[in-house]
Design a protein around this ligand. Structure first.
Ligand code: ADP
Ligand code: MG
Length: 699
């Protein structure tokens, strides 16, 4: 193993200094081991040949033919110049065509020699041809084998002869000489339990498979190991945090919680809210720092749970903070929470980017003196200038954008790190949560408050606009309110603004004063103007709210029963789901209308179909993961964590669960992997941590 890990790639037969450099620069292949970990991205079945008469076998797919050249000619002039060869097998003739490199190819095309040809046939009038096929004399095919591995290459690598085939040759040489060099690192029980092939076999067959069964088993083994190591890292880090940090001990439920729960809580908690509150309570008096993720669909009542948690803090003489992703949402939380807690003697304050300097000064003083019990705000809370007297709990109402590193900033706000509760508005697929939030405990609110009616979602094309306007009128006539939302995508802000304004004008014409009052909110408005317009709508003074996605999160107007989303094909799934969650908050039946143009991409169609089919945020999140992949969902900052080589969090969900389970079990038995039998596993883990410098800093 050491030999593979430590030997520079230059030393491999067929590499040398120049190619070694290219491999290092272009593919991060530094040592032999790196080449072994440079996996093929697909395999081609080279064991069978297609007869020309049977073309096409699968439309658009490459095929392999066996035959002889019966004639070569150059045709055309200038740019149309090309080399054409007639290739014949026992069933028919096909043309092979080259537009570039013709001379070099021509010398190779000896008539009469038996060739293997590989490429994608296209129909050309009544016959077939293959442009730029791979063509190899049969006698030169060194290792006749079932499957050929195809590797990624780059222009620079190709120049050094390291196109896919060149890399294949190197990998072939290396992988056929690893016998006895790759010891098993997984505990034998695991290998048996999951019916895995050995590590050595896996590295051999991933490069030199005899058939697709080999490929499958090699990939399974490598994926499992990859996920297993990742989960071990997460658990070890979590355990280390718990040990190192300790946590504030919230001994009692406290007078504030008791008074609120008994006399002022506006409604009976759902069973899910009760359960989750208990889980939080248990954490807070465990003596360890809480790191809990609270998942719950839009409208499931996370805010109230957060308030209860903060009351525990205040009752134990600690301050609490709540951080929201946008200014509007911070304001809204501030308003809601101040109102909820007004019967109690609790001071709630708001800090955002637009808090004035003079106000800040007063606020910071009050915060440092402990006069403020709850501070609500945006990312502004994270600034080092924001100093608490005794911060005990932070709630993060996040939009998927708050990773491990940012959480760590909060830990420095008091002597011991405060308890942390992360709330996610859009459910995250389980597999992703297990990985991205693997260091957190998870609570789920899987129940909506009673009396909610499911939202009916409809998809209309532009041509049905009049019908949609009619629906709007009917809802308003019933005394309800309407959102009309326009996309906002940063790259084309001016265009979006134009769309919004045009839309606003069209709507103003269709819904004229004085019968109708319309509010408008968008990102280019001053915060106080936004707040004013929101207020007008919330009070029912306006019936229609025209807005960009600034209203995406958290806005709560229960009387709004219809959400129209313009250019819905331009929104992502989780965003659509968030937006839709703005209606269906009152007792009335609610609707969401997705307006789109006629032309839709495959993905766009799938998004719309999903929205129409279900209100279940978890299902939507799964589809989202399938469409976009994990990197996109969690944001690029976190991509390092998700940098998996073979495993795919969207497709390998079961494997993620299995690996997590296995990791948990092994650490229960041997918390620091100190037993002899885990020696190699521990070494492997160490190597991993070394290659992820950001991680070790965080924990
Ligand atoms: P989210 O989980 O999306 O943040 P909110 O906390 O904003 O949801 O709650 C959505 C709405 O449900 C709010 O109007 C809130 O007052 C209401 N609500 C919360 N809990 C309950 C409950 N137990 N019974 C009835 N209504 C509730
Ligand atoms: Mg919320």
């Amino acid at each position: 193993m050491d030999y593979l890990i430590n030997t520079p790639i230059e030393y491999l037969k067929g590499v040398g200094a120049e190619r070694g450099n290219a491999l290092r620069m272009e593919a991060e292949i530094d040592k032999l081991w790196d080449l072994l970990n440079y996996f093929p991205f697909r395999y081609v079945d080279r064991s069978s040949y297609v007869r020309i008469i049977d073309l096409p076998v699968h439309e658009g797919q490459s095929v392999q033919l066996k035959g002889r050249i019966i004639g070569v000619r150059e045709i055309g002039t200038g740019r149309g110049k090309r080399l054409q060869a007639s290739f014949q097998d026992e069933s028919g003739v096909i043309d092979l065509v080259w537009f570039k490199g013709a001379k070099w190819v021509k010398d190779k095309l000896t008539p009469g020699v038996l060739f293997r040809v590989y490429g994608k046939p296209t129909r050309y009038s009544s016959s077939w041809n293959i442009a730029h096929p791979e063509i190899t004399p049969f006698q030169n095919i060194s290792h006749e084998k079932g499957l050929q591995a195809i590797y990624n290459s780059t222009e620079k690598l190709t120049k050094k002869g390291l196109h896919s085939k060149g890399i294949e040759k190197l990998s072939y040489n290396l992988a056929s000489n690893i016998t006895g060099k790759i010891p098993e690192i997984l505990p034998q029980e695991l290998v048996q339990q999951y019916n895995l092939i050995s590590r050595e076999e896996a590295y051999k067959y991933i490069h030199i498979p005899r058939n697709f069964e080999d490929v499958k088993r090699a990939q399974l083994r490598i994926k499992f190991e990859e996920l297993f190591i990742l989960q071990l890292e997460l658990f070890l880090r979590k355990n280390a945090n718990i040990k190192k940090a300790g946590g504030y001990y919230f001994e009692k439920t406290g007078e504030y919680f008791d008074a609120f729960y008994k006399n002022h809580i506006p409604f009976e908690l759902t069973d899910a809210q009760k359960r989750v509150t208990k889980e939080i309570r248990r954490d807070l008096r465990s003596g360890n720092q809480m790191n809990r993720l609270l998942q719950g669909d839009v409208g499931s009542g996370k805010t109230l749970v957060a308030v209860l948690a903060m009351l525990f803090g205040i009752g134990n003489d600690f301050q609490s903070a709540l951080m929201a992703p946008t200014e509007i949402l911070a304001q809204q939380h501030f308003k809601t929470i101040e109102e909820l807690l007004s019967p109690l003697n609790i001071k709630v304050a708001l800090l955002t980017g637009s808090t004035k300097k003079s106000e800040r000064k007063v606020l910071f003083q009050a915060l440092a003196d402990g006069e403020i019990n709850i501070l609500i705000g945006t990312h502004a809370l994270l600034e080092p200038t924001v100093k608490f007297q005794n911060l005990g709990l932070v709630v993060i109402d996040e939009q998927h954008r708050f990773g491990v590193a940012q959480r760590a900033k909060l830990w420095r706000k008091n002597e011991k790190p405060p308890h942390i509760l992360v709330m996610t508005a859009t459910p995250i697929p389980r597999t992703l949560a297990m990985t991205f939030y693997g260091d957190l405990d998870v609570s789920v609110i899987d129940e909506l408050p009673p009396g909610r009616k499911p939202i009916t979602t409809l998809h209309y094309f532009e041509k049905s606009r009049l019908k949609v306007f009619q629906l709007i009128k009917e809802e308003i006539a019933l005394g309800r309110q309407i959102y009309i939302v326009y996309p906002l995508i940063q790259e084309s802000e001016t265009m979006d603004y134009k769309n919004l304004m045009e839309g606003y004008e069209a709507i103003s014409r269709a819904f004229p004063r004085p019968d109708y009052q319309i509010s408008i909110v968008h990102g280019q408005m001053k915060p106080e103007d936004k707040a004013f317009e929101m207020e007008q709508f919330a009070k029912g003074n306006t019936q229609i709210m025209v807005a960009t996605t600034v209203i995406e999160v958290g806005v709560n107007v229960p009387n709004a029963s219809l959400m129209v989303i313009e250019s819905a094909e331009r929104f992502g799934l989780s965003q659509l789901h968030q937006l839709r969650g703005r209606v269906g908050r009152g007792a009335e039946k609610s609707y969401c209308i997705l307006m789109t143009g006629e032309k839709l991409s495959q993905e766009g169609k799938k998004r719309l179909q999903t929205m129409v089919a279900t209100n279940d945020g978890f299902k939507i999140a799964e589809v989202d993961l399938e469409i976009r992949g994990p990197g996109d969902i969690m944001g690029t900052q976190q991509s390092g964590i998700l940098n998996l080589r073979l495993a795919d969090l969207a497709r390998d969900g079961q494997l993620v669960s299995a690996a997590r389970q296995a990791a948990r079990e092994i650490l229960t038995e041997d918390p620091l992997l100190q037993k002899n039998k885990h020696y190699l596993l521990r070494e492997e883990l160490k190597r991993h941590l070394k290659s992820k410098p950001n991680w070790s800093k965080i924990s």
